[in-house]
Design a protein around this ligand. Structure first.
Ligand SMILES: [Mg+2]
Length: 324
């Protein structure tokens, strides 16, 4: 990092008990707790793919770039520890943009006790790209994997789904407190965060666990934004379709033993603001058969096709479509 930017940045970063040395040397130094595993995750966001720089404030982009990493740490039930940030800036206006991006990240980092340990900034003739790598500490209860769902477990989700494009996809609220509270106080078998679409991410969890699922369509918590999107776009997608496929909800999807799931839904432990203030909903169950079903209010089942965001460069969908 250039010294002028460092001089601006350093006083804005709060001290952190595990950060021995922050930005300014050749590398940062973190004090790690012995025996605890460290979760590492990275995301790369770019102008034109994940946001439109001309239409969104850089602070919101900075917020999102860090928040999506925090969401991945939450999905592993990791306590946020540190992040390093790589910025590739368009040459014009670079001096303003780097500061604004950091001003979007810093409040979120403070909220979740994560230190920004360092980073790099470069300019070029292309569009903005921002990549954040985040580190998290696994607690004594261990990490939460995608691979632990068992037949008979309930599908439990935080929050609401659909229509994130109307704003939530930028103003991401990572479910860190929710995940840590549940991992410490409940029995969870598996978890994933919803980035690519509820049906698609649920199916990824099934694939990793070697099981299938039945989704109760009338139980899915549909966000008001999904209804709004349905009104705005006359494209044949219902609010439920949006909830199942839109993605970037950044909610948690978990496999929870049946009785535990019923208890969580009844007691709603996450409604306490210290635990995130989020509602938990049971939206179906995992089954041994590796198939994916929807079930309506009358109990009628139909094959459910996982839909959601397709990553550029994937030659084929990462799921198997049954019944075709
Ligand atoms: Mg994820």
């Amino acid at each position: 990092m250039e010294s002028e930017f460092l001089g601006w940045l350093r006083p804005r970063l709060a001290p952190h008990p595990q950060l021995r040395l922050g930005p300014g040397d050749d590398a940062a130094l973190l004090r790690l707790v012995r025996e605890h595993e460290c979760a590492v995750t990275i995301d790369l966001l770019s102008d034109g793919v994940d946001f439109e720089l001309g239409t969104v404030s850089p602070r919101r982009i900075g917020h999102k770039a860090l928040a999506v990493n925090l969401s991945d740490l939450a999905a592993m039930a990791a306590e946020p520890l540190a992040a390093v940030v790589a910025l590739l800036l368009p040459r014009e206006g670079a001096g303003e943009l780097d500061r604004e991006l950091y001003l979007g990240m810093i409040p979120l980092a403070e909220k979740f006790g994560l230190c920004i340990a360092g980073g790099d900034v470069n300019c070029w003739d292309g569009k903005l790209a921002i990549s954040v790598t985040a580190f998290g500490q696994i607690t004594a209860r261990g990490a939460l994997f995608r691979s632990g769902a068992k037949s008979g477990d309930k599908i439990v989700v935080t929050g609401e789904f659909g229509g994130s494009i109307l704003g939530r996809h930028l103003d991401v609220e990572p479910r860190v407190r929710e995940a840590l509270h549940l991992q410490a106080n409940a029995t969870l078998h598996a978890g994933i965060d919803c980035s690519d679409g509820l049906s698609r991410d649920l199916w990824q969890l099934c694939e990793a666990s070697g099981c299938g699922a039945i989704v109760d369509l009338d139980k899915i918590p549909i966000a008001a934004a999904a209804h709004e999107l349905n009104r705005q776009r006359n494209d044949g997608m219902t609010p439920l379709d949006h909830a199942l496929a839109d993605g970037e909800d950044f909610e948690l999807i978990m496999a929870v033993p049946m009785e535990e799931a019923e208890r969580l839904e009844r007691t709603q432990p996450l409604l306490e603001s210290a635990c995130g203030g989020t509602r938990l909903t049971v939206i179906g169950e995992f089954i041994a058969e590796r198939r994916f079903w929807s079930r309506d209010e009358a109990g009628v089942m139909q094959p459910l096709i996982p839909r959601g965001f397709e990553h550029v460069g994937w030659s084929k969908p990462p799921y198997k479509v049954f019944g075709e």
